[in-house]
Design a protein around this ligand. Structure first.
Ligand SMILES: [Fe+2]
Ligand SMILES: [Fe+2]
Length: 199
């Protein structure tokens, strides 16, 4: 059996991420180690609204929608690849800060809580899934913004800012799917919520 690995040149270059914002990614570096900052980033890495949840959720939606809507399924896979890159960026930053990027979050009392597949919104059709995907992108942006305020390290702030650019771009892409395929779903949803509001 040949021991030669395939040619991997370009496998980790930004050009391969077709669903990423075109801005370059900053260098992964930190001013100094800080395990508290590493713990904050663990929430973005592998908490409830995290990169790991986004990867698994978008992949599941991709598998389930391949027959129903090839275009949306392809977009979900394309975005999942960018989320995998974010996972890698966060893992490298957590390591640089002196943390261990296992798939768990750590509470203030030091207690660890492993990532759980119940964090994923599995859904039932295209439009409820894309609506949940948009909500998870917004949840990620809110967490990144909160952590930017709490982390006093200009290099880490810059890394988070760059990831936020991608998440905002993903929201834009998902909105295109909503506009193209989910107009009736939105009307139905609005109708449901307005009847719910009526006593
Ligand atoms: Fe992400
Ligand atoms: Fe995203």
């Amino acid at each position: 059996m040949s021991e030669k690995l395939p040619n991997l040149t370009g496998c980790n270059s930004p050009e391969m991420y077709k669903c990423a914002h075109p801005a370059p990614y900053p260098e992964i570096r930190v001013v100094r180690q800080n395990p508290q900052y590493a713990n904050l980033l663990l929430e973005d890495y592998t908490g409830q609204a995290s990169e790991l949840t986004a990867i698994t959720q978008y992949n599941y939606h991709h598998f389930m929608l391949e027959e129903e809507n090839e275009e949306a399924a392809a977009l979900l896979e394309c975005i999942a690849l960018v989320e995998m890159h974010h996972l890698e960026i966060l893992a490298e930053t957590i390591l640089a800060l002196g943390g261990d990027p296992r798939y768990r979050t750590i509470k203030a009392n030091g207690e660890g809580s492993y990532w759980n597949p119940s964090y994923v919104y599995y859904g039932s059709e295209l439009c409820d899934r894309i609506a949940a995907d948009i909500a998870s992108e917004w949840a990620a942006v809110v967490n990144y913004r909160k952590h930017q305020q709490m982390i006093n390290d200009p290099y880490v702030k810059k890394i988070l800012e760059r990831i936020i650019l991608d998440e905002l771009y993903h929201i834009e892409l998902f909105h295109k799917v909503v506009k193209k395929y989910c107009r009736s779903f939105l009307k139905r949803d609005q109708l449901n919520s307005s009847t719910k509001d009526t006593p």
